[in-house]
Design a protein around this ligand. Structure first.
Ligand SMILES: Cc1cc2nc3c(=O)[nH]c(=O)nc-3n(C[C@H](O)[C@H](O)[C@H](O)COP(=O)(O)OP(=O)(O)OC[C@H]3O[C@@H](n4cnc5c(N)ncnc54)[C@H](O)[C@@H]3O)c2cc1C
Length: 473
């Protein structure tokens, strides 16, 4: 019996998409930069169904491409072009299995959309801190698989720091139930950390037990305008020291980025007007009342305002104003997509080296890539910059060897970041886009260990081939 006929043995008609029109939205990314094909798309409804699919794929040697909300920005969620594999979408596995406020934890299925998880936590008077621009579409399984970062890492860490336990289906179809809701468990190797950030190359995450936190009494959001990137970093350091445990977000935007959002996204508004080459968006959460927290923030800013380092500052005085500030930040990716061809680089360097990176990278771009506009948005508290070379759609059409141009520019930037102790992939992962960089920039011993882990867990190499490690591995 052929492969699809055997799938039909345990999945109903609606769980297997064969027609091109039905498959379409699973076969390209949201920016339309990565395209693939598939034998079929399957939509399992339970861990047991995922297990049966993987068992069958393993038997037939059919490649498996796990997919969550399909918001990957590095081609991780789209199948390969050969069309010989199966997309396994987790979108129908979206149950909230348990919300446990007394244990400050919740267990959710992989297909739960991040915003739904945040809301469910809030409904139980708790806070789930993971937050990113794609939160209305990305799924917990995808967040776990990419170890997503986002805007609250400075206080709560990456997804890895928010996961207590996982349920994973292994490539041979076995189910590992590691859904423990413990803060301490040193009973052997911490296997969940192998699957977090593995981008679906070692197995399919079907559920996760997540950490919850108390809801804060006060949330204070503010934006500052500055001209000097050195002063931005110094202010960030001061805020982190002064508001240890209370500073939840420390986000940077260049003026060029702000202007793109204001131009491209209807309804966006920046109360700071047109002052400052850099905008710093911060959020504090505290058990103190709003007046006390505002006073403390004013005291912290006093010197920087008086000395002229901070040109202007606004503290959101209502929920509406707070939402306006975050609206701008959360729409940078959409704004950049509309503006032109944004060549995005997700670098990180130690925080204190950010000014040096920006200066060296800016000089390099001016010398070697005239006409490319520098657009920067980043999680500056984590040393993570999305460094974007922006070309108009017309200018991009005029570039002859597009992949070559893209790769040259990327390597020129990584060659600055990596020697600074930095990385070419801070939070977006490797996907299919950065596979070559793994061998170019990572320690060979580290890559070899990754290959061995991959061979051990996925000896037939069926899980997301060509992602993270080169295909021949
Ligand atoms: C507007 C916007 C803003 C973004 N902001 C951020 C940000 O601030 N920080 C950040 O880190 N990322 C950001 N991203 C990138 C992206 O949203 C994240 O990587 C997100 O975690 C991906 O989740 P997803 O469900 O869409 O996964 P997908 O895109 O569907 O998949 C991503 C990878 O995970 C694998 N995968 C998906 N589900 C599973 C599963 N259940 N089991 C095993 N493997 C799986 C896929 O095979 C693929 O390799 C942003 C993207 C957009 C569009």
């Amino acid at each position: 019996m052929d492969f699809v006929a055997r799938l039909r043995g345990f999945l109903d008609e609606r769980s297997i998409l064969i027609d091109a029109a039905d498959q379409d939205r699973y076969l390209h990314d949201w920016r339309n930069r990565h395209h693939g094909r598939a034998l079929c798309v399957v939509l399992p409804r339970s861990t047991q169904e995922v297990a049966a699919v993987l068992r069958l794929c393993s038997e037939h040697g059919v490649p498996v491409f796990p997919q969550g909300g399909n918001t990957s920005v590095c081609g991780g969620s789209v199948p390969s072009e050969g069309g010989e594999g199966v997309v396994v979408s987790l979108e129908r596995m979206n149950a909230l299995r348990e919300v446990n406020p007394r244990n400050n934890s919740m267990t959710v299925e992989a297909g739960c959309v991040l915003a739904t998880v945040q809301e469910a936590a809030r409904a139980a008077d708790r806070y789930f801190p993971l937050s990113l621009g794609a939160e209305g579409s990305c799924q917990i399984g995808g967040n776990v698989a990419t170890n997503a970062g986002g805007t609250s890492v400075v206080r709560y860490g990456n997804t890895r720091d928010l996961v207590l336990g996982l349920e994973v289906v292994l490539p041979d179809g076995r189910i590992w139930n590691g859904l423990r809701a413990l803060r301490k468990d040193n009973s052997g190797y911490d296997l969940k950390n192998l699957f977090i950030g593995a981008e679906g190359t070692l197995g399919i995450v079907t559920a996760a037990t997540l950490k919850l936190f108390p809801l804060a009494k006060t949330v204070l959001t503010a934006m500052f305008a500055l001209d000097d990137i050195h002063e931005v970093v110094l202010l960030g350091e001061r805020l982190q020291k002064q508001f240890a445990g209370e500073l939840v977000a420390l986000e940077l935007m260049s003026r060029s980025e702000l202007e793109i959002v204001l131009r491209q996204i209807p309804g966006s508004h920046c109360p700071l007007g047109d002052r400052g080459q850099w905008q710093l968006l911060i959020e504090l959460t505290s058990a103190a009342d709003a007046d006390t927290l505002t006073e403390q923030l004013n005291a912290c800013l006093e010197g920087a305002l008086a000395g002229g380092a901070v040109l202007d500052a606004v503290v959101a005085s209502s929920e509406k104003q707070r939402a306006q500030l975050w609206h701008v930040r959360h729409h940078v990716t959409e704004g950049n997509k509309r503006e032109g061809m944004g060549l995005t680089h997700d670098i990180a360097v130690p925080v204190y080296r950010i000014p040096a990176f920006i200066e060296q990278a800016g000089a390099m771009l001016q010398a070697r890539y005239p006409g490319v506009e520098v657009v920067i948005v980043g999680h500056i508290g984590d040393g993570n910059l999305h460094y974007i070379g922006m070309l108009s759609h017309e200018a991009w059409q005029g570039v002859e060897d597009k992949p070559g141009y893209q790769q040259r520019l990327a390597h020129d930037l990584y060659d600055i970041a990596v020697p600074m102790g930095g990385t070419f992939s801070a939070e977006h992962g490797i996907g299919s886009l950065h596979v070559d960089e793994m061998e170019r920039y990572k320690d060979p011993v580290e890559v070899d260990l990754m290959r061995q882990v991959k061979r051990m867990l996925d000896p037939k190499g069926i899980m997301n081939p060509g992602r993270v490690l080169p295909r021949h591995d």
